[in-house]
Design a protein around this ligand. Structure first.
Ligand SMILES: NC(=O)c1ccc[n+]([C@@H]2O[C@H](COP(=O)([O-])OP(=O)(O)OC[C@H]3O[C@@H](n4cnc5c(N)ncnc54)[C@H](OP(=O)(O)O)[C@@H]3O)[C@@H](O)[C@H]2O)c1
Length: 302
């Protein structure tokens, strides 16, 4: 199937599809078939990370998915992430040379020769944070990454890059949904040409990460309020998930829903036959509850 979904520009030559397929918490048993099915369903962006420990099986899914959909590598956008280390967890921060080696290792595991977007997964590099960023700029120069960015960086982390006189990230992948809108960070990113990419868009669903062992810092109140979007979704004859994802793309954010369920996989990419009206966008704008919940503290796997 062809896919004609909108894109958001990251730089002069690179644009990111509005809907990507997330791969966090997809096991190695499921990844190959899930990624292949996602590509066949029309997803043209796969979001992965070395920290998800499934790059080899995701790569196998990409290979068979491209063949099954009859499309070329250039028709798919792939995001990968550097695990930067985290001295606070006894995991030494990566040097610039280790950053380059880690990108090469990820390319190898995924069976690819470039990434469309390579990100620093989190601002955990401490004293080596800027060195890691310089290494990403080198990876872009060498063609291994078409665009480069960061994830989970706040304004101070971004200012550190600016103060060092380095090119700014082209994207910052952060938790964004009506309960976590981060207006100050989004405004700063807009002023500095940094594209927002939204992860964990489905946090407000009552069913989000309820399975045993899936980390989340959702409060009991949030769990109780988990059906807050039902009425609005019914007005547009869509699911709550589609409403939440549409809020993201309509706000100008690429989104990355993950689903292993074929119906939900299809539903989550079907976001362009309706639009949330101005009054409802304004109402959703009032629902901000501050920081996100997806990155529960102490979870080293993200
Ligand atoms: N950079 C970072 O630090 C970071 C952090 C978190 C996530 N991410 C990226 O963003 C992606 C998405 O975030 P996420 O995985 O946290 O959560 P998500 O995509 O917001 O939500 C996934 C959960 O919602 C369920 N779901 C999916 N579609 C649904 C639908 N239409 N109706 C009802 N339930 C639905 C899924 O279960 P089923 O599979 O059973 O459908 C799963 O439990 C990740 O996979 C990863 O690629 C990045």
């Amino acid at each position: 199937m062809t896919s004609t979904q909108p894109t958001f520009a990251l730089n002069r030559d690179t644009a990111i599809p509005a809907v990507g397929f997330g791969t966090y918490l997809i096991s190695n048993d499921d990844a190959e078939a899930a990624i292949c099915a996602a590509i066949q369903a029309g997803y043209r962006h796969i979001d992965t990370a070395s920290g998800y420990r499934n790059e080899e099986t995701v790569g196998a899914g990409v290979e068979i998915g491209l063949a099954a959909a009859g499309i070329a590598r250039k028709d798919l956008f792939v995001t990968a992430k550097l695990w930067p280390g985290n001295p606070a967890w006894g995991d030494a921060a990566k040097t610039g040379a280790q950053t380059i080696a880690e990108c090469d290792a990820s390319l190898d595991r995924l069976g690819l020769d470039y990434f469309d977007l390579y990100l620093i997964h989190a601002p955990y590099g401490g004293d080596l944070r800027l060195e890691q960023w310089r290494a990403l700029l080198d990876l872009q120069k060498s063609g291994k990454a078409r665009s480069v960015g960061v994830s989970n960086f706040n304004k101070q982390h971004l200012e550190e890059i600016k103060d060092a006189g380095l090119s700014m990230p082209e994207a910052n992948q952060i938790e964004l949904h009506p309960w976590s809108q981060k207006p100050d960070l989004i405004a700063y990113m807009a002023d500095n040409g940094i594209a927002p990419i939204a992860y964990s868009s489905l946090v407000p669903l009552s069913t989000w990460r309820v399975e045993e062992g899936q980390a989340s810092a959702k409060t009991d109140q949030m769990k109780a309020d988990g059906t807050a979007f039902q009425e609005m979704a019914a007005k547009y004859n869509v699911s709550e998930a589609q409403l939440l994802l549409r809020w993201g793309v309509q706000s100008g954010y690429a989104v990355l829903p993950k689903s292993l369920n074929p119906d939900r996989m299809r539903q989550n990419i079907d976001l362009f036959s309706f639009a949330i009206d101005d009054a409802d966008m304004a109402q959703l704008g009032t629902m901000d509850r501050g920081d996100g919940v997806a990155w529960a503290s102490g979870d080293p796997s993200k």
